[in-house]
Design a protein around this ligand. Structure first.
Ligand SMILES: [Zn+2]
Length: 75
């Protein structure tokens, strides 16, 4: 996660734990990847202190389903 891909700074912080990828008032950043009907997907926010560039890393459970999902396309 270091250095920052924008400014190359090593002053980069991650949140202490993974957070929900979907909230009641925002977009779902990892749609159709929850492992079960009543489960959610999570992501890890990472922020560069120098330039403010923000990144999100998908949790392992979300990545597990992405290759077999018809909703996600390889680039
Ligand atoms: Zn930066």
């Amino acid at each position: 996660m270091k250095p920052c891909p924008e400014c190359q700074s090593n002053n980069v912080y991650r949140y202490e734990k993974y957070v929900e990828a979907e909230g009641p008032y925002g977009p779902n950043l990892l749609p159709k990847l929850a492992p079960g009907l009543f489960s959610t997907t999570k992501l890890l926010p990472v922020v560069c202190v120098e330039c403010g560039y923000m990144r999100f890393f998908a949790a392992k459970e979300a990545r597990h389903n992405i290759e077999s999902s018809k909703h996600w396309l390889p680039i």
